[in-house]
Design a protein around this ligand. Structure first.
Ligand code: PEP
Ligand code: MN
Length: 463
């Protein structure tokens, strides 16, 4: 007999479980019980959507989080800049290449990196959808195939780590972890009993949760990916149970952006009266807001009033990116203003987008030759903003809940890590940069430099 409550679209009234799960985990970050790692490429490209690149990226995110879990004894919530991070905001609508002025490259879902392919093409959005779903499929298969198992952390990275000291330190952690897992099994704690709280992820020992994100820049695309679903009754403020008079109140519904678990609004598009904030205020997904040095404290609080009027926990992550030279001047006032407003937020530091891009006057190849040259970042400056943020939060009675990084596990054809940022324990020098510079957007920390950051965070929280 057919069930009369079923229709082809009745699935729409069911809860969107994953996004709600992330909100719950972000509430743990907000309450000091977990650390948030937001990381991936500045921009993904269609060409880089390969098995190797995706596996290396997931492997790096897992290795990084393992180091933090081990040192800080805290679960890590992992949100990748992945499976949809194609669009790029630009400070200038045009750029000079050689002696031509062309429209700026705005990401693979808008136009091409090739200066002759800069006219926006809407078909690229379809291609972005295809590449996002393909990436997501591959991530899912990695996470369920045993690749992500905490029992085999060596599979993720060690072949890429060439520094003996880093290798040794990572090996020490994985051995410690294996011992701990063995011990847990011996005393009878198994799959069912170890939950996310213990760092395991999804209530199953050895599996991990992983969430996707991108900047919500292309509003036409985001609108098309927005669907209305019922909010799980356990989480909604209004109960779905029968009312006193016997009638049933339908479960409350909300709009979810189904293209990512987490979206953020960029520092260039966060105007209070702008289209992006208007879109962001209506979606139920947890969201990020980039906060740069031009954000005024009062403006930040008004923005929170708009995007989180009900002051829901786990809803808003503030991603601060002032630059090492400005964090001292900007962050304390922002923290105080938010504290006084009573808004619940998660603070994380993005130490990569402040004004710290040195432009070098060499180019990878002739197509990329521009009047400004290619960009690099200095590891020391990145660490300086991050450690300042940690210290300032502590001094203000606040807490830095996480970090937002642009890093890559990508390897060049010769099997070595990319060379895009200066410094780190491998002491990457300026003359080494051209060897394996592969980013077509902002320069990313490579495998070793990323693990350096992971150890720094892990050591900080150990104290
Ligand atoms: C980014 O995260 O790549 C970015 C462009 O950030 P922001 O909006 O903070 O400049
Ligand atoms: Mn970037």
């Amino acid at each position: 007999m057919s069930d009369s409550s079923w229709t082809p679209s009745s699935w729409r009234s069911k809860p969107a479980a994953q996004i709600e799960r992330l909100r719950t985990q972000l509430t743990q970050v907000q309450n000091n019980r977990a650390f948030l790692l937001h990381a991936g490429d500045c921009a993904e490209s269609f060409d880089a959507c390969t098995h190797e690149n995706i596996s290396n990226k997931i492997g790096l995110i897992l290795s990084f989080s393992l180091i933090v879990i081990w040192g800080a004894r805290m679960p890590v919530v992992r949100i990748g800049r992945i499976a949809g991070q194609y669009a790029k905001p630009r400070s200038s609508p045009t750029e000079k290449i050689g002696d031509r002025v062309v429209m700026s490259f705005r990401g693979d879902n808008v136009n091409g990196l090739d200066p002759d392919d800069r006219t926006p093409d809407p078909d690229r959005m379809l291609s972005a959808y295809f590449h996002s779903t393909t990436t997501l499929n591959h991530v899912r298969s990695l996470l369920t195939s045993g690749f992500a198992s905490l029992h085999h952390p060596k599979d993720w990275s060690l072949t890429h780590v060439r520094s003996p000291a880093l290798r040794e330190e990572f090996e020490r952690i994985t051995e410690g972890l294996s011992d701990a897992l063995e011990f847990t099994r011996t005393i009878g704690l198994g799959k069912e009993s170890l939950s996310y709280e213990q760092g395991g992820g999804r209530g199953a020992l050895g599996e991990v949760d992983f969430f996707t994100s991108h900047e919500g820049l292309m509003l036409d695309f985001e609108e098309a990916m927005t669907r209305e679903f019922a909010i799980p009754s356990s989480l909604a403020s209004r109960s779905a149970d029968a009312d006193a008079d016997g009638t049933r109140t339908p479960p409350p519904r909300a709009h979810y952006n189904t293209s990512a678990h987490f979206l953020w609004v960029g520092d260039r598009t966060r105007q209070l009266d702008g289209a992006h904030v208007e879109y962001f205020r209506g979606i139920r997904n947890p969201i990020g807001v980039k906060v740069g040095p031009s954000m005024q404290a009062g403006e930040l609080v008004r923005l929170l009033d708009v995007v989180n009027p009900e002051r829901e926990d786990g809803k808003v992550t503030l991603i601060t990116r002032y630059g090492a030279g400005k964090v001292e001047e900007c962050l304390p006032g922002q923290i105080r203003a938010v504290q006084e407003s009573g808004h619940p937020v998660i603070w994380i530091s993005d130490p990569m987008h402040g004004k710290l891009l040195n432009k070098l006057h060499w180019a990878r190849d002739s197509t990329l030759t521009s009047s400004t040259g290619l960009k690099t970042r200095n590891f020391g400056t990145i660490i300086s903003e991050l450690t300042s943020a940690l210290r300032i939060h502590a001094a203000c009675g606040s807490r830095l809940g996480g970090v937002s990084l642009e890093f890559t596990g990508e390897l060049a054809d010769d099997g070595f890590s990319v060379t895009e940022c200066l410094g780190g324990s491998m002491k990457l020098s300026e003359d080494q940069l051209p060897l394996r510079y592969q980013s077509f957007c902002d320069p990313r920390l490579n495998f070793e430099q990323s693990l350096d950051v992971a150890f720094l965070i892990s050591d900080h929280f150990k104290k």
